[in-house]
Structures are given as C-alpha cells and as structure tokens.
Unconditional design. Structure first.
Length: 60
C-alpha cells in the first residue's frame, strides 16, 4: 500500500468515526461540531499509529 493510499484510508476512516461519535453525543446534548473535530483529530492520530505499526512490523 502506497503512502497516498494510506493517508486517504486514514482520513476516510477518521471521517466516519468522527461523524458517528458526534452523532451519538449530539443525542445527549453535546455540540456536534466540537466533538466532530475532536473525534477527527483523535482518530487520525490513533489510526496513524496503528497503520504505522502494521506497515513497519507486519508487512515489511
């Protein structure tokens, strides 16, 4: 998997995760945009680390 594919995959998965998290928290009275942005940043970081570990140690 190339670097560009990995970046697009991480961004896409982060977008999905952040939308789901923000929608669930909106039903409890929290701000959608606040948790969307926070969830997006957090999921990008976590998924980036996971993909880095998988790419370095399991694929190569």
């Amino acid at each position: 998997m190339s670097t560009a594919e990995t970046v697009y995959l991480i961004l896409g998965l982060s977008l999905i995760i952040s939308v789901v998290a923000a929608k669930r928290l909106t039903s409890k009275g929290y701000s959608f945009w606040h948790y969307f942005i926070a969830g997006f940043i957090a999921s990008c970081g976590v998924l980036g680390i996971i993909f880095k570990i998988v790419n370095d140690y399991l694929i190569r």
